[in-house]
Design a protein around this ligand. Structure first.
Ligand SMILES: [Zn+2]
Length: 75
């Protein structure tokens, strides 16, 4: 299943929760809906994360912002 997730969560290079190399594995959108990412999946930078009652957004200084509402459209 090809992912269309934005790079900061869907690049698969680094784990969005630990920042460790991930080897192409991408977290499921459903999992991201429950727990916001902390690291950019493309460059492993620590992202700025804002949690809201209805979701979250996470922003990499280089790769931009991802909003959880954008991910829900892809479930
Ligand atoms: Zn990045």
């Amino acid at each position: 299943m090809a992912t269309q997730l934005p790079d900061p969560v869907g690049a698969g290079v680094y784990d969005v929760y630990t920042g460790a190399p991930r080897g192409g594995e991408v977290p499921a959108a459903a999992a991201l809906g429950l727990e916001p990412p902390r690291f950019c999946a493309r460059c492993a930078r620590r992202m700025v994360v804002q949690v809201r009652p209805d979701g979250w957004w996470a922003q990499c200084s280089r790769h931009g912002r991802v909003d959880s509402t954008d991910l829900e459209d892809r479930r």
